[in-house]
Design a protein around this ligand. Structure first.
Ligand SMILES: Cc1ncc(C[n+]2csc(CCOP(=O)(O)OP(=O)(O)O)c2C)c(N)n1
Length: 204
């Protein structure tokens, strides 16, 4: 069982506090989606309702296309495990305006809290038992600025880094397993895309 003590909802609220038109946010499906909406739905949030594994790739494309904006990807460990290769492409492209924050509860939350591979385990003598370390993977992919956050005392620096530090940066945040109410963004993907484009680009 995870020993994490950080709670994702107040954390994400702090990360997104005072978000302005310079901040473009992509959230992975599941809990991250509800977390960013709980912090305040806004047109420049792109919560993914499906597309597991897509947010880092989307964030990378957006960061390259919009170099004057800050792009922040907030997603879960299950989602990140599905698209590890995208971290290598982030490193290869190295946009200085991209920040990736993985909220690691060591579970597939939305589908019933099954353990993901970041969860420590006991699978016999040939298994080290250590869960997958996503920050080490990001580092190994070539993203220079990667770290793991586990303590309350580290949160204010985390927020500063995610909002403004020269990217690309990768932060793995160990968060508690919690049963939280759904805070739903609009459910129509075309609407979410259109309002995001309009807020970013104006009327064509
Ligand atoms: C390709 C694909 N496989 C499986 C699912 C089912 N699914 C939806 S959410 C989810 C778990 C997401 O886990 P994680 O990213 O860790 O999010 P959290 O635990 O924060 O909710 C899964 C497996 C899906 N939507 N798409």
């Amino acid at each position: 069982m995870s020993q994490a003590t950080l709670q994702r909802r107040p954390l994400v609220k702090k990360i997104l506090a005072g978000a302005d038109d310079n901040l473009l946010v992509i959230a992975g499906l599941g809990s991250s989606n509800w977390d960013i909406t709980n912090a305040g739905d806004r047109p420049l949030n792109m919560p993914l309702w499906g597309a597991m594994g897509a947010p880092v790739g989307m964030g990378l494309g957006l960061a390259i296309a919009q170099p004057t904006k800050r792009v922040l990807v907030i997603t879960g460990d299950g989602d990140m495990l599905m698209s590890l290769g995208s971290l290598a492409t982030v490193a290869a492209q190295s946009p200085d305006n991209l920040a990736i924050c993985v909220l690691d509860n060591e579970k597939f939350g939305e589908t019933g809290n099954q353990a993901t591979h970041t969860s420590p385990r006991n699978n016999g003598p040939t298994d080290s038992g250590a869960g997958t370390d996503l920050a080490m993977i990001a580092k190994g992919c070539g993203i220079a600025d990667c770290s793991t956050v586990t303590e309350k005392a580290e949160v204010s620096q985390l927020v500063k880094d995610l909002r403004g530090k020269k990217g690309p940066i990768f932060r793995l945040v160990k968060v508690m397993v919690e049963k939280l109410e759904f805070v739903m963004p609009p459910q129509d993907g075309a609407h979410l895309k259109d309002r995001f484009r309009q807020a970013l680009l104006g009327n064509p």
